[in-house]
Ligand binder design. Sequence first.
Ligand code: SF4
Ligand code: SF4
Length: 270
Amino acid sequence: MQQRLSFACTQCGRCCQNHRVPLTVHEAMAWLRRGGDVHLLCDAVVWPAEPPADDAFAAYKRQRSFAAASAVMAVRVGVILAASFPGRCPNLMDDNRCGIYAERPLVCRIYPASINPFEPLGAESKACPPEAWDARGPAFVRAGQLVDHATQPLIDQARHLAVQEMPAKQRLCDALGIRVAAMANEGFVVHKPPRAALLAALEESSAAMACATAMAPAQDPPGDWRLLSPRATTLEILAEIHADALDASQAGRLGVEYLDLQPQPASAAG
Ligand code: SF4
Ligand code: SF4
């Protein structure tokens, strides 16, 4: 993590191109109503037992997932609602300004900071050009801590919603029959439900979010999640623990897309 950073947005528009934009439930509904596309990115982690209470990363993961099962194996499933667009964001205007600036999603307001507290705060992984990080710009990070006081409350809000919305996302998966996930840190399974069906399911989940009893977690987590991986070693491990696993090359047959976070280099010909 960088200890000292300054930052001033150059309005280059690079962060608004070739990205998936994570959305809250209400942002996803607004995005769909504007005619955009929203996909569900699902991943899962095997969860045979509760980790120690002082495992901060496991606690973070647990809060942002719901209990489920893959055959006999307990897992936790994470779901990201993401605006998806090839190339430029449909809201990006010709002069690189945001066409929905007042209503833009939280992650757009937070960038180049991150919601994930385990993600290093640095310039390397961001789309911003070098001049945006000019040391003469406004203070962004000091002593390894974010000091942009306008952004920190937005990060807190996004983190709070990510936890609060998990029951709604579980309900969404139930309503849409979504039961396929990638292994966490390897990739995501991308589900692309029809826009009208997704909007209707979001509206129903959103309405139920206000009702604590309607959103109570299921007593018996659904046991029919299928886990995809492109890696032979991962598939072997999943077979040994009797999870329901399948090679990621079969994603198309299941009507989903596999997004590999660590694509393996093609083997040399000959
Ligand atoms: S909504 Fe606006 S800020 Fe967010 S990616 Fe699109 S153009 Fe950029
Ligand atoms: S990539 Fe960085 S500098 Fe460019 S518009 Fe986005 S936040 Fe601003």
